[in-house]
Design a protein around this ligand. Structure first.
Ligand SMILES: Nc1nc2c(c(=O)[nH]1)N[C@H]1C(S)=C(S)[C@@H](COP(=O)(O)O)O[C@H]1N2
Ligand SMILES: [Mo]
Length: 538
């Protein structure tokens, strides 16, 4: 019984590896739906919001504890979780199947293996077909391919049972029994070797091939931006960032990315249209070309995620190009009862913004370019919206429609308990204490300390730094790229060797001080002061 249990456990999990690899291979070369990611995305929607947030926060904590860069590691980690669910499920399924078979003396292993595969495979394939947005093959091909793979998994499991647990009829007579046993062991070994080899080859081969880079469709999202050659508006500012301060203008490739799915939806910019419907005089259906015909507006913008911990990496600055939403709405003509614009996305994300606010704020902008190039696929191609002063959770990417309605409806994350306004918290961060760049001035040695401060569209009027329990000292401020971006600050500290605690705080442009009380990001964005401990040698 114990052998049945352990063999079932291991083989159930192990055989999931080639199954996943072949599913990946199908997704890559046949364009079939990818069951593990689809099921994960479905779970993220179906499970209670609180549980999902707990999952995300735990993941962030684990990655941070491991010293990983969240901007690049969060999505792969999520995808890894989506994959690892399957060996875990395979373990349970394998153990249950083998114990069950053992109890029934191994009758009908194939029938039961297939039944188990159906129990898992049919709902999983069904979910995959229902939520998938990346498959290019039809549902029949996707469905058959994935079901066939699950069936193969179930049959192989049955085969393993027969060869490793079920046992051959034992010859009669003591000597013959020993010989028979030795033969049986040999036979098992050979089977194990062959099976292990096949599993390894299929898994590694499938994984390598399915991860091979894909050539992007011409003219879509891979165009390089203008960032490197762009002359920034504050280039002449005499205050230079302390060495080690993050780049003031974030390269798009390093801009953080947060979205609800394991993979961004891929939209075709040629056939894409923006329908503007509901309480309008003339419903519109705009192409990307139509939007580019409006006078373009460019804004330097700092975007942050409400899940960003104090001092965290989920914040970035680039140049957004688009058309003010109110210009477009004016062409649609609002009916007198129009109150809210409901923006929907290809991934099922949605948010609502008050029409009054749109009318009074030119900066609310349908955005089609970042850093002078079409939005990258992961950042919302072909269209996203910008809404000043709010966290990213209020600002849909991959927009597929705008409907004008007469009542407020909670958006995707608001439905899940996050702050309905999600106004960006005022925050300040120490990026660097550049002990290696100490320099002489006025007879003393100074160590440059620097970082960023940000307060939505409210600006920053003051940043102060404290070393240990000393006084708060004002830092110098660099003029920002725009009133909507972070501000770079710098303080040249009269150097003292030893271990020190550095703390920063700031005041927004309206004179309101940063909140000192520590709060987690859920539900309204993290608050508290950023601190850094550093040993400075003499
Ligand atoms: N359609 C859609 N839009 C979305 C999201 C999403 O999951 N789907 N995530 C939001 C969140 S929570 C944030 S922080 C920003 C992140 O934008 P970025 O990934 O381009 O940095 O997009 C917002 N817009
Ligand atoms: Mo976010």
């Amino acid at each position: 019984m114990r052998r049945a249990f352990w063999t079932g456990l291991f083989s159930g999990a192990l055989l999931m590896a080639p199954l996943l690899a072949l599913q990946g291979l199908g997704a890559r070369f046949l364009g079939t739906s990818f069951v593990p990611f689809d099921c994960f995305d479905w779970l993220a929607r179906a499970l209670p919001g609180r549980l999902v947030i707990f999952g995300i926060e735990s993941l962030v904590q684990v990655l941070t504890a491991l010293g990983m860069d969240l901007r690049v590691s969060a999505k792969p980690a999520e995808q890894l979780m989506a994959l690892l669910i399957w060996p875990a499920l395979g373990m349970v399924a394998g153990a249950v199947l083998f114990i069950f078979l053992r109890r029934r003396n191994g009758t009908h292993p194939y029938r039961l293996g297939l039944a188990l595969a159906a129990l898992i495979g049919i709902p999983a394939t069904w979910v995959s077909l229902a939520v998938d947005r990346t498959a290019t093959a039809g549902p029949v091909i996707s469905g058959l391919w994935n079901l066939a793979l699950f069936a193969a998994w179930g049959s192989l499991l049955a085969l393993v049972y027969r060869r490793l647990v079920g046992g051959q009829p034992v010859p009669i007579g003591a000597e013959a029994q020993v010989a028979g046993y030795a033969l049986e062991v040999l036979d098992r070994r050979r089977f194990l070797l062959r099976l292990g080899g096949a599993v390894a080859v299929v898994t590694v081969g499938g994984a390598v091939l399915s991860l091979a880079p894909r050539r992007l469709a011409a003219g879509s999202f891979a165009t390089p931006g203008a960032g490197s050659s762009l002359r920034l508006p504050n280039a002449a500012d005499p205050l230079k960032p302390a060495p080690g301060t993050r780049p003031e203008y974030t390269p798009v490739s390093q801009h953080y990315r947060i979205d609800i799915d394991t993979r961004p939806p891929r939209l075709d910019g040629q056939s894409w249209r923006l329908p503007i419907t509901g309480l309008v005089e003339h419903p519109l259906s705009l192409s990307l070309e139509d939007l580019r015909h409006y006078p373009a507006r460019q804004l330097f913008i700092t975007l942050a995620c409400i899940s960003n911990p104090v001092g965290g990496p989920l914040i970035g600055t680039t140049r957004w190009t688009g058309v003010p939403l109110r210009r477009v709405l004016a062409d649609a003509g609002l009916q007198p009862s129009a109150r809210y614009a409901r923006i929907t996305s290809a991934d099922g994300f949605h948010e609502v913004i008050a029409v009054d606010r749109v009318q009074s704020d030119e900066r609310i902008m349908l955005t089609y370019a970042w850093d002078g190039a079409p939005l990258p696929a992961g950042h919302g191609y072909p269209l996203r919206v910008y809404i000043p002063d709010g966290y990213g959770m209020k600002q849909p990417k991959w927009i597929t429609g705008i409907e004008i309605i007469d009542q407020d409806i909670p958006g995707y994350w608001v439905e899940r308990g996050w702050d309905a306004l999600a106004v960006m918290q005022t925050t300040s961060v120490i990026d660097t204490v550049a002990a290696d760049h100490a320099f002489e001035r006025g007879g003393g040695r100074l160590v440059p300390i620097g970082g960023i401060a940000h307060a939505g569209d409210r600006g920053i009027s003051r940043v102060e730094v404290r070393v240990d329990q000393g006084p708060w000292v004002a830092a110098g401020l660099r003029s920002p790229l725009s009133p909507l971006t972070w501000v770079i600050w710098r303080y040249d500290w009269p150097f003292q060797a030893g271990e020190h605690n550095f703390t920063v705080r700031c005041v927004d442009g309206r004179g309101v001080a940063q909140i000192v009380t520590e709060a987690p990001s859920y539900p309204s964005g993290a608050t508290g002061l950023h601190e850094l401990k550093k040993r400075i040698s003499g």
